[in-house]
Design a protein. Structure first.
Length: 302
């Protein structure tokens, strides 16, 4: 377990944010779980996915790893842990006043080739400005407000963490010519994802239309999406399901039928939607709402 037995019950030490998980152990003087255990931190569907970790030093300096591979982080600094193999544990050490905020992300959520960032040591990331500073601020804010984060908001916040992490990693400096090409592809992928996100309600949204809108070949669209091990249609379906899940748990949409929510986010076939939703979240949509929406409403009303 991350955290100590002295942690008060109203101060969570783990926060499920849909596509990512934030660990907030109250003491840095312990080892974080190894990367091979990371799949258990995320939502259902991670399976045996490779997990990378972004570590933020808060409250005091931290040391990641040991020996000649040790990396020291000043307060407010960030580092990426993307080990060469999933069996290598990440160790975190620091004074009792220090806290390690650890973001666990499935590697497939990050459109950065593994060969670019994998390393036997943690990799320091720029946190003085830009995306790094924004990410650090968001993580500290989430840690401070963890008890107030409602389940129906979590996916949106997790998506913000992923987007800022992608923006930060796409700017890794020492990639050479190949890295610049990768950065361009990552930027295009981000542009395409934004295009998709604002058109999710269009049931006719498809890879061919996306290719035409960006003046690139259909083959190249599929090639770009291979960076994060997802298909174009898979990404569209995943984002639609996330929006449907949020609406099903939203108090403001309690009177809306599952069918109307499904249709709003571009699903035409109720049976296909129900199967996809259950595969992603473990329950059919109506049952998911019946079980979890009261908790979301109660959290909002309290």
């Amino acid at each position: 377990m991350c955290g100590t037995t002295q942690d008060p019950p109203h101060q969570p030490t783990e926060l499920d944010l849909g596509p990512v998980r934030l660990l907030m152990p109250r003491s840095a003087g312990l080892s974080a779980r190894s990367a091979r255990d990371g799949a258990s931190w995320g939502r259902a569907g991670w399976g045996t996915a490779e997990v990378w970790q972004v570590v933020l030093a808060s409250g005091g300096p931290l040391t990641l790893g040991g020996g000649h591979d040790a990396v020291r982080l000043a307060p407010g600094a960030l580092a990426l842990w993307a080990p060469p193999d999933a069996a290598t544990p990440l160790t975190v050490r620091g004074a009792p006043s220090a806290q390690a905020l650890v973001v666990c992300l499935p590697r497939r959520a990050l459109p950065v080739p593994a060969r670019v960032v994998r390393s036997p040591a943690a990799r320091p990331l720029e946190s003085a400005g830009g995306a790094g500073a924004l990410l650090a601020g968001l993580l500290m804010g989430l840690a401070a407000q963890a008890a107030e984060v409602e389940e129906w908001q979590a996916t949106w916040l997790g998506s913000a963490v992923v987007d800022l992490t992608v923006a930060l990693l796409s700017g890794v400096a020492d990639l050479g010519d190949r890295g610049r090409s990768i950065s361009r592809q990552a930027a295009l992928l981000d542009e395409i994802k934004t295009y998709i996100d604002v058109r999710l309600t269009d049931p006719d949204l498809d890879p061919a239309g996306i290719a035409r809108a960006h003046h690139i070949s259909l083959r190249y669209v599929h090639q770009i999406f291979q960076q994060d091990k997802r298909t174009v249609r898979g990404y569209i379906r995943e984002r639609r399901l996330e929006h449907c899940r949020t609406d099903l748990l939203s108090p403001g949409r309690a009177a809306e039928s599952v069918g109307r929510i499904m249709a709003r986010w571009g699903f035409r076939d109720a049976a296909v939607f129900a199967r996809a939703f259950k595969r992603a979240y473990g329950l059919p949509p109506a049952e998911y709402r019946r079980r979890l929406a009261p908790m979301a409403y109660g959290a909002r009303d309290s």
